[in-house]
Design a protein around this ligand. Sequence first.
Ligand SMILES: Nc1ncnc2c1ncn2[C@@H]1O[C@H](COP(=O)(O)OP(=O)(O)OP(=O)(O)O)[C@@H](O)[C@H]1O
Ligand SMILES: [Mg+2]
Length: 269
Amino acid sequence: METNLTSATSATDTKLAIRTRDLNLWYGDFQALFDVDFDVKRGLITALIGPSGCGKSTLLRSINRINERLGYVRTEGTVEVLDKNIYDDDVSMPQLRKDVGMVFQRPNPFPLSIRDNVLFGYRLHTPDAGKRSNKSVEDDIVEEALRKVMMWDEFKDRLSIKATGLSLEAQQKLCIARLLPVKPTVILMDEPCSALDPEATAAVEELLWQLRGEYTILIVTHNMAQARRASDECAFMLLGKMIEHTETERMFITPGLKETADYIEGRYG
Ligand SMILES: Nc1ncnc2c1ncn2[C@@H]1O[C@H](COP(=O)(O)OP(=O)(O)OP(=O)(O)O)[C@@H](O)[C@H]1O
Ligand SMILES: [Mg+2]
């Protein structure tokens, strides 16, 4: 049978890292997401854009279920991560937290050394971690993670300094580095550069391109220039709905809908 490329979004298509269907979400009585169907391709960087309050963070947080911590959130529909609906009863939350890492607006390293930050998740998920015999294993993990985020050369002789004293750029890179040892499939980033100056923003964007391919990155940004520079695909939301999702260049050159054009040209607040 001929492969139909236009229907290459079936549940068994491993090219997709994330696939939501009919995703609806309520905070109490307030509905924040409406029938969101969203496919995120594996190994790419996808930017999520839209005016303030349109539901970008809500959608992001439904992909690792941290919305639920609030207690008054109700979610309907499916969110598959690598073909598995993460809202199924048999989903292990520790495993989900390993598979889907998250980076926030303000860097939030632990008040520990650089080394202990990088090893934090690994130790949490590895029963024998912390044993003396593991020192060389841990050394390798720290080096690999810090190399990936381009911090190794600068910090290799200062791994014991406290992470909370670093520059914001280094703190944010470290928050990305500490996700890597548990080998996530997806890294969610909610405006990861909003606390950074332009130079640090450029450094983090460069890092995103380094991680592209090995990880699937979904990044929320208010910065249209950043969305254009730093993503393969771009998804535009408005009032809790997914309006348009396409290749980034195409979205910026020939947006398919007037709403998208209005937003990217700055006609919304
Ligand atoms: N914890 C919450 N409790 C109740 N309502 C919430 C909560 N978080 C968000 N909302 C509401 O849900 C809607 C979507 O909010 P969300 O934070 O997802 O938007 P956003 O696109 O990330 O906005 P911003 O660009 O300002 O970060 C908004 O109307 C918001 O007021
Ligand atoms: Mg937000």
